[in-house]
Ligand binder design. Structure first.
Ligand code: ADP
Ligand code: MG
Length: 509
């Protein structure tokens, strides 16, 4: 074990009524990879933002090499050699990788010539296998490359404690492995590395020491050699019962309900976002879309929902061509959309629960007679959904913006499912939800599929796709790289496809 470099003692951080960290103790040793594990909202990012001087703690102390110290700003943190790669990178897109790396360094290297900069970067990154194209503008780099730029930036500034917030979230499994190899080299060279993650397997495979946060409190801390999935699960989710949903029945026959043929669409910048994409979905099938976010997932879901025009190609549902039809027509044909951005595209935060429930059907006979909204019906239905889906709320007439994310998502699902859809497009439906709400949402989707409803399930979590789906299609750079039966593939193959490898991808859509 290396030297104890840094110690956080009894750290508390409060935001309004939320206690993000309560009396948290954390020790960071040189030469180790320390994983900070916990589900969404557990307080991981907050704790590291305290350590890097972004937030001032409301209580507790920080000791640096045994000496009590105050970290009042990111500048204080960097003086102590503490640096962080944030979940959302903070690079300037129009500058080159080299310029971004030198921008914040004290050395006056900003005035170095391009080739001198590259030499410096090469020197700094060669030991750690951090391939960086120093001359390229950041906007031209892939997400993985941008992450390497962020890491080199910290190394160049001489950081000794490197913190990475959910670094694998934006990477394919292969890229993630190579990133962890890099982190291992940095630890071996004597640096301390802290990795935030919510993935137990990843943490078990790569960390030396694990600290688990739940509800802002340290639940457990251990050396990885003493860890097991059972122990970690208990710490991460607590006593709540947790059974991962594994799909039992394969409802679908060969009855195709929905199909896209050679579909091309543009993104908001008018650049190709979907390239010659073809797929067909069976009745009752859950069809997973895997891929690193930003590879056409949003555009695909919007095209299916009728929100984004199709440039070329054809879309049919039950054999009927709906390529050029409006959103309203898509809804009428039974296509239901659970958007990524549930609180603005899905629900209207300022409207109350009842108003949100009738948002997509206020003009139907159920809710409108002779142009008059049927309040009683609206209230009865909403109350029924609230009970059935256990939606916690302060009143049916309060704005949904006041509810927690999990309850908003349940309300949105209740509304969409109540319209008896034939196809549900769900974009990252459990992202950011606590485990109870995530479970409820998965349960709804599984029930729907059992009833014969088809589902397009977009997710970044391969484990979840393997648990939920019958087949999986992989998106990379707007192309559907291939489609696999879930029982005939594995993580590594899907990972290679996520990186765009096509040789082995035989499409049998
Ligand atoms: N700037 C903030 N203002 C208000 N609440 C916040 C802020 N940052 C985090 N929180 C709340 O603190 C809790 C912990 O959040 P966070 O540290 O981001 O968790 P994690 O990184 O483990 O997902 C959450 O309930 C979150 O909503
Ligand atoms: Mg976080």
């Amino acid at each position: 074990m290396g030297e104890l470099i840094l110690e956080m003692k009894q750290i508390t951080k409060v935001f309004g009524s939320v206690v993000a960290n309560r009396d948290v103790d954390l020790q960071i040793y040189a030469g180790e990879i320390h994983a900070l594990l916990g589900e969404n909202g557990a307080g991981k990012s907050t704790l590291m933002n305290v350590l890097t001087g972004i937030y001032r703690p409301d209580g507790g102390e920080i000791f640096y090499r045994g000496k009590r110290t105050e970290i009042r700003s990111p500048k204080d943190a960097s003086k102590l050699g503490i640096g962080m790669v944030h979940q959302h990178f903070r690079l300037i897109p129009t500058l080159s990788a080299a310029e971004n790396i030198f921008l914040y360094s004290d050395k006056k290297s900003f005035f170095l010539k391009q080739d001198e900069m590259q030499k410096e970067i090469a020197a700094c990154s060669k030991d750690f296998n951090l391939e960086v194209d120093a001359a390229a503008k950041v906007w031209q780099l892939s997400v993985g490359e941008q992450q390497r730029v962020e890491i080199v930036k910290l190394l160049y500034q001489g950081m000794e404690i490197l913190i990475l917030d959910e670094p694998s979230a934006v990477l394919t499994p292969q890229e993630a492995q190579s990133m962890f190899d890099t982190l291992r080299k940095m630890a071996d060279s004597g640096k301390a590395v802290v990795v935030i993650s919510h993935k137990m397997n990843e943490v078990m495979a790569n960390a030396d020491r694990i600290t688990v946060l739940r509800g802002g409190v340290v639940e457990d801390t251990m050396l990885t050699e003493d860890a097991s999935i059972e122990r970690l699960t208990r710490a991460v989710v607590g006593d709540r019962e947790y059974t991962p949903h594994v799909r039992e029945s394969y409802v679908s026959g060969d009855d195709f309900v929905f199909s896209m043929e050679h579909v091309t669409a543009l993104n908001d910048k008018n650049l190709p976002a979907l390239k010659d994409l073809s797929l067909s979905i069976r009745k009752g099938e859950i069809f997973g879309i895997a891929g690193v976010a930003g590879n056409g997932q949003r555009e695909l879901s919007e095209v299916i929902a009728g929100l984004r025009p199709v440039k070329e190609g054809k879309i049919t549902i039950y054999g009927e061509d709906i390529t050029k039809q409006s959103v309203k027509q898509h809804i009428k044909k039974g296509i239901s959309f659970i958007p990524e951005d549930r609180l603005h595209t899905g629900l209207v935060p300022e409207l109350n629960l009842m108003e949100n429930i009738i948002l997509t059907s206020y003009d139907t006979d159920r809710y409108s007679k002779h142009g008059i909204i049927q309040h009683d019906q609206m209230q009865t239905d909403t109350a029924e959904y609230v009970e059935k889906y256990e939606i916690k709320n302060g009143g049916l007439d309060l704005p949904v913006g006041l509810m927690s994310g999990g309850n908003q998502q349940k309300l949105l699902f209740a509304r969409e499912v109540s319209g008896n859809p034939s196809l549900i497009v769900a974009c990252y439906p459990v992202r950011g939800l606590d485990i109870g709400a995530a479970d409820a949402i998965r349960q709804i989707l599984l029930e729907q599929s059992q009833k014969g409803v088809s589902v397009v399930f977009i997710s970044e979590e391969l484990e979840e796709i393997f648990n939920m789906c019958d087949r999986v299609g992989v998106l990379c750079d707007g192309e559907l790289i291939g489609i696999r039966d879930i029982h005939e593939t594995d993580f590594m193959e899907i990972g290679r496809m996520m990186a765009g490898e096509k040789e082995e991808a035989k499409t049998y859509a």
